[in-house]
Design a protein around this ligand. Sequence first.
Ligand code: NAD
Ligand code: DAU
Length: 353
Amino acid sequence: MANRTIIITGGAGFIGSHVVRLFVNKYPDYRIINVDKLTYAGNLENLKDIENRPNYRFVKADICDFDAMLALIKDEKVDGIIHLAAESHVDRSIKDPFTFARTNVLGTLSLLQAARTCWEESGWEGKRFYHISTDEVYGALQFDGKLFREETKYDPHSPYSASKASSDHFVRAFHDTYGMPTIVTNCSNNYGPYQFPEKLIPLFINNIRYRKPLPVYGKGENVRDWLYVEDHARAIDLIFHKGKIAETYNIGGFNEWKNIDLIKVLIKTVDKVLGRPEGADDDLITFVQDRAGHDLRYAIDSSKLKSELGWEPSLQFEEGIEKTVRWYLDNQEWLDNVTSGDYQNYYKSMYKL
Ligand code: NAD
Ligand code: DAU
């Protein structure tokens, strides 16, 4: 369908910026509207390369602002929404669960209700509300080889995953109750450029570079299933266009790593790229108190996405990690701006405020 107008929420964040870039480059006939509140995690520097493109518009707004969402969807005749805006960091959710309930639950509801109000009037035909969620809603696996499937029962443990589970239920409820054309996807841990350095991989790359301690929670035994962020963005593009309405798709890399093993790969790769002798930074590993409610293992079965839509991850993990390490080491200014808070001035200068 040519000439679509799509809102991508959270487009100034980590995954959102990759999705916005992909859509702006790949679909010159679409109008892509990036709606982002620019919290600490929102950084318009992530989108410098496409910010002046004619098919791109940035709108600074809070998804919880129902009137603003309603006006935007109506005025711009939006026919698709790809919803990524969220509070995304588990450790923050443990300290401040209210912010997570507000944005992830009420914000999603506000966006759904605004879309419903406009689309019921103009007709559901050609409309699509695509909600991006996480594998954390399924809870924790044991070391028994089982994988999360689309039918796996929800069992969230952290305030973050509880808020995402709630938002998933609201999205499905809007399909079942009002007939809204919705899709939900649940993805595993993403890694790659532009991730806020509170998350394991960018935080540890930066710490290794400056020879700072690497705080490993518990014994480092927890397992995560890692996917390169551009592969997630490709899946989102495919599912937005070809996915079946009311379906859920799991997205993952079939790429499980114990944290401690992954951290050793990070140390080895950073040391190799910086020309340091092998083993030079192994002593940075510092075991610290475990995260409260720390889920033992996540692992996604994404075979439905492969068999129905032909999607597969394109990058081998070693390749993706080396690419990622090089990106953070080559983009020290980006990291410095993020860690100092200077990136938040970018919006003001870019938009002359
Ligand atoms: P992120 O924290 O990097 O970015 C979130 C973005 O949302 C930021 O730009 C922020 O400014 C914006 N935002 C936050 N609250 C907002 C509000 N009230 N109104 C408008 N914008 C707001 O997050 P991410 O890691 O890119 O994750 C994006 C989405 O993908 C989230 O929904 C997350 O749950 C999901 N997800 C993430 C991962 C992962 O590994 N990072 C994996 C699976 C699913
Ligand atoms: O599984 C998908 C989820 O992955 C997304 O929904 C979340 O938005 C995203 O943040 C991520 O959650 P995790 O909690 O798995 O990611 P994080 O990078 O915070 O931690 C990865 C693992 O590393 C986890 O087991 C906790 C551990 N860890 C993390 C940090 C920040 C440490 O041992 N030390 C640390 O300092």
